[in-house]
Design a protein around this ligand. Structure first.
Ligand code: FPP
Length: 248
C-alpha cells in the first residue's frame, strides 16, 4: 500500500528574499474615519507610509517594489476625493523625486497616464527620466491601473499586429503576450501584500500575480511600518513555492 504523504511536509531551506514585492495599500479611509478626520488625512498619512516602505525595501535589498496607488475604478470616487488624491500625487512627485534619485531608486509608472492632468504626466515623465540610470530599487507606482484593462489593451495590440500580418497568432506565447503589458521587462511579483484585512486582488497585476505568494495583514495602510514589511518577508520565507510543479 502506498503511503499517504504527511499533511505537514518537512520544509526545505527558507526561500531567498523576494526580488519583487507588490503592495495593495488599503485602509486610508478607515484610518481617517477612526480618527474623525477627512479621508485626505488618511491618504496623506498613507503617503508617509509609502516613504517608510521604500526605506524598508532598500534596507532589505528588495530590487523591485510596486505600489497600487490609484486604480482605474478610483476615478468613480467623489470628485473632491479624486482631486485631493491627484493633488497629493502632484505634491509627492515634486517633493520626493530628488531624494529617491539620491537613494538609487528608479521610478516607473504603470497605468493610464493620459487620464491625469498634463502637468502630472510631465512630472511623471521627468521623474522616470531623472531616475532612469538607477538600479538599486525599481519603484513602480500603479496609477489609474486596472489589470483587466491592461490585458485587453495587450490583446488588442496583438490582434491588430496579427491583422496586419506582422505576427502569426499560432506562435504567440506567454513571453510574447507579457511583452505587451505595462510591466514588460519587469519580473513578476514574488510577494503581494494587502493591508487592512481585505483579502482580494482588486484588479491588481492579474496576469503577473499567477504564482505570487499572498500576504494579508490586519493593519491599515497609514500604520504600515518597517516591522510589518519584515513580518511579510518572514511569512514569505516560510512558504514553499512550486510554480505548479509537484512537491519534491
Ligand atoms: C486605499 O485606501 C488607498 C488609496 C485608494 C490611495 C492610495 C494612496 C496613497 C497610499 C497615498 C498616495 C501615494 C503616493 C504614491 C503619492 P482607501 O481609501 O480605499 O481606504 P478604505 O478602504 O479604508 O476606505
Amino acid at each position: 500500500m502506498s503511503s499517504i504523504p504527511a499533511l505537514t511536509a518537512p520544509r526545505g531551506d527558507p526561500l531567498p528574499p523576494p526580488a519583487h514585492v507588490a503592495i495593495i495599500m488599503d485602509g486610508n479611509g478607515r484610518w481617517a474615519q477612526a480618527r474623525g478626520l477627512p479621508r485626505i488625512a488618511g491618504h496623506r498619512a498613507g503617503a508617509r507610509a509609502v516613504r517608510r516602505t521604500i526605506e524598508a525595501a532598500l534596507a532589505h535589498g528588495v530590487r523591485w517594489l510596486t505600489l497600487y496607488a490609484f486604480s482605474s475604478e478610483n476615478w468613480r470616487r467623489p470628485q473632491d476625493e479624486v482631486s485631493d488624491l491627484t493633488a497629493l500625487l502632484r505634491h509627492y512627485l515634486k517633493s520626493e523625486i530628488a531624494e529617491l534619485a539620491e537613494n538609487g531608486v528608479r521610478l516607473r509608472m504603470i497605468g493610464e497616464a493620459a487620464r491625469f492632468a498634463e502637468d502630472i504626466q510631465a512630472s511623471l515623465r521627468d521623474a522616470e527620466r531623472v531616475t532612469a540610470g538607477n538600479a538599486r530599487l525599481n519603484l513602480t507606482i500603479a496609477l489609474s491601473y486596472g489589470g483587466r484593462a491592461e490585458i485587453i489593451a495587450a490583446a488588442r495590440r496583438i490582434a491588430e499586429a496579427a491583422a496586419r500580418g506582422e505576427i502569426d497568432p499560432a506562435r504567440l506565447d506567454e513571453a510574447g503576450f507579457a511583452s505587451q503589458l505595462f510591466t514588460a521587462g519587469m519580473p513578476d511579483p514574488d510577494l503581494i501584500i494587502r493591508t487592512s484585512g481585505e483579502r482580494r486582488l482588486s484588479n491588481f497585476l492579474l496576469w503577473q500575480a499567477a504564482y505570487a505568494e499572498l500576504v494579508f495583514l490586519n493593519v491599515l495602510w497609514p500604520d504600515f511600518s518597517a516591522d510589518h514589511f519584515a513580518e511579510a518577508l518572514t511569512d514569505y520565507a516560510s512558504r514553499e513555492r512550486r510554480f505548479g510543479a509537484r512537491p519534491s
